[in-house]
Design a protein around this ligand. Sequence first.
Ligand code: LLP
Length: 417
Amino acid sequence: MDHFVYQGDALYAEAVSLEDIAERYGTPCYVYSRATLERHWHAFDRALGDHPHLVCYAVKANGNLALLNLLARLGSGFDIVSVGELERVLQAGGDPSRVVFSGIGKQASDMRRALEVGIRCFNVESVPELERLNAVAGELGVRAPVSLRVNPDVDPGTHPYIATGLKESKFGIDIDVARDVYRRAAGLAHIDVAGVDCHIGSQLTRLSPFLDALDRILALIESLRAEGIAIRHLDLGGGLGIRYRDESPPSPAEYAAAIKKRLGDRLLEILLEPGRAIVGNAGILLTRVEYLKETAHKQFAVVDAAMNDLLRPALYQGWHEILPVGRRTGETRRYDVVGPVCETGDFLGKDRDLCIATGDLLAIRTVGAYGFAMSSNYNARPRPPEVMVDGDRLHLVRERESMAQLMAGERLLPMES
Ligand code: LLP
């Protein structure tokens, strides 16, 4: 559920008309709904209820500072994958003791910074990483809290680019060797074994892969306990899917209930790292139709947003609903909605039945996650602004990039060379 709904024939974000937003900030423009964002975070938090838990929002889905700050105010934890994301969380007022650090390529300097600010846990993905972390923590005279990201070898049934828990994946430590690695970790002077972690993929629409992974991990935890290695928390990563078109993913409540049932009376704290399910439906991309173009085979709506603003359709054939901001009456025609970038892959939607005219506004839905976060300056296009709606209030939370920002940091060679 979200708060982008029609009032009459005009599409609104909460109590603000998208037409007004376009007038004020131009297009393309990302628009977020605070009520939707907070509703989804609470859905996870409430679903886990009294069971000790921490919802660690995956910053990679959308790292806008205002958005992170709203989540920090709710008491959210954060899942980060770079020192840049850590700095964003700190800048947004996030609590470092609620931060978990994922990712397979952590550098010594990243580890140092994370240890200095006192993060909650490192999700370690290989033996060399474990050893490096032990050394860095040793230099600082501290012990690094660690969970090993295990790869449980389950098929999440999602797009191959976003499946991460299969044997051939670069992520995690094979569950069959994880016990040995835990033994090793337990013997390292500057490592504190805290938990087990996994993340099997993104946009999962069924519970069974999550539960298969959980069963394998619980068996691992039991066998570690038998050896005297105590695991305090279980981090199941992110991955819960959302509805883009006709998917019907389990709700956070169903997901949490299934996890708690499997855990029984085990005293394990549950950590989750949802990104998409918190922020996906909380954002739309507002764009204007520049031209309606007809060829012998197709009709195109050429809009002012492009693959550099929203990469998901081009990269994963991601399907996003496209709605007119002002509904017209009349015949619909079938359009490919495309951007101005010079690539055939630059489309936002194909074969969409729309009743539109040049100059109309369109809303591309469900782009709060991996929308702006994956945007680029390709074709020298400044990135769009981001706006947060809160009831009837409108906050610009990121300005449109200027031409000066587009070229910032570049240097010419000296004239004499
Ligand atoms: N934790 C870890 C370790 C992850 O790698 C990810 C996502 C998450 C949590 C959050 O997963 P989520 O709840 O958002 O599914 N750009 C792609 C998605 C890539 C996901 C990468 N990892 C897309 O647009 O579909």
